[in-house]
Design a protein around this ligand. Structure first.
Ligand code: PHE
Length: 362
């Protein structure tokens, strides 16, 4: 009797083994599992008959059935792993992302003109060997004024022009920086010359009309070395203006001016003409002021712990928003800071076209 029974088991095993191997997906495999070793599966039902067998029969059939069940379970697990691998590979093959395909431009929004101009400035000055430095928007009196050689009674220290923060106990009040010049101080204090940085960032002043907003953007420049002179300043800034306005015919003049932190100080004007709301630099008969500059005042160099007998250099500062208005023909500054997507859709730039000197800035 057990001989025929074990022969039956071999046939049963062969049948299930072929069913398992033939299961083409996880659902089919699970159906085979249920039919073979599930609660009411054939092998499980056979195991239930062990109780009714004679002890001799059981001695043969018990281990035979156990072995069969274990082998079937193993075969099912192995097939399951193989099917899961296949499913994963198929998903990976069908769900690939082609990263070389262009993005739908409407989905990614526009780069704000201020960001665009900041990128352009970084590209132009990086090409001349400048690195980008940053400082905090909330400054202390030392970095924003004192170290920059502002006398104690200078009008910029007035609440009329400057946003003062409430003072913490016993401290002088902090200010929202009124210019990016404090980054000059932070850089000279923390770095050894030679120094060549630009510092773009937000600045704050109490002002609000068509061309003034209480927060706007400046970019500062600073070069400190042993022999840097006014000729370097002039060459550097003329090259910058030509690159920024994308012209070879820059004509600039430097008008004497006053800043507490530079001596001599100048404002740089460039020759231009209007073309609609935008300006064309390099031709025309008008002059337009575009930045402030000068040789760093010896007192400023001294405030930073450097010896003005050994080191000298130049600095410049300009309004980024104003540069954007001039280059891209926007006559009102206020919409720069209003959440109007029609404005940004019209004046914004594609984030996919990175400013660079090889193929053009904008
Ligand atoms: N900090 C000046 C301003 O805000 C600009 C400037 C910077 C001028 C550096 C000279 C040198 O107007």
């Amino acid at each position: 009797m057990t001989d025929t029974a074990t022969a039956d088991l071999e046939a049963l095993e062969a049948r299930f083994a072929s069913d398992i191997a033939g299961a083409s997906d996880l659902a089919a495999l699970d159906a085979v599992r249920v039919a073979a070793v599930g609660k009411k599966g054939e092998v499980s039902l056979l195991m239930k008959t062990l109780g009714k067998m004679t002890p001799e029969e059981r001695q043969v059939m018990g281990p035979a059935l156990n072995g069969l069940r274990n082998r079937l379970n193993e075969a099912i697990e192995a097939r399951k792993a193989a099917l899961e691998d296949e499913a994963l590979n198929a998903a990976l093959a069908s769900e690939t992302v082609d990263v070389t395909r262009p993005v739908a431009p409407t989905r990614i929004g526009k780069l704000h003109p201020v960001n665009q101009v900041m990128e352009e400035l970084a590209v132009i000055f990086a090409d001349m060997g400048f690195k980008v430095a940053e400082g905090p928007d909330v400054e202390d009196d030392f970095h924003n004024f004192t170290a920059l050689n502002f006398p104690p009674d200078h009008p910029a220290r007035d609440t009329h022009d400057t946003f003062f923060m409430e003072a913490a106990d016993g401290e002088t009040p902090k200010v929202l920086r009124t210019h990016t010049s404090p980054v000059q101080i932070r850089t000279m204090v923390s770095e050894e010359p030679p120094i060549r940085i630009i510092a773009p960032g937000r600045v704050y002043r109490c002002d609000w009309d068509q061309t003034h907003t209480p927060m706007f953007h400046q970019v500062e420049g600073l070069v400190i070395d042993k022999n840097t002179h006014m000729g370097h300043l002039k060459g550097c800034l003329e090259q910058f203006v030509g690159a920024f306005f994308e012209t070879d015919t820059v004509e600039a003049r430097f008008r004497p001016h006053h800043f507490p932190f530079t001596e001599p100080s100048a404002e740089m004007d460039v020759r231009y003409e209007r073309v609609g709301d935008a300006v064309k630099v390099g031709s025309g008969d008008k002059w337009m002021e575009i930045l402030g500059c000068g040789m760093v005042h010896p007192n400023v160099i001294k405030s930073c712990g450097l010896d003005p007998e050994e080191y000298q250099g130049f600095a410049f500062g300009m309004g980024v928003d104003r540069l954007a208005m001039l280059k891209y023909g926007m006559s009102d500054l206020r919409p720069f800071f209003e959440p109007d997507t029609r404005w940004s859709g019209h004046y914004g730039f594609s984030p996919l076209l990175q400013a660079n000197l090889a193929t053009g800035l904008s």
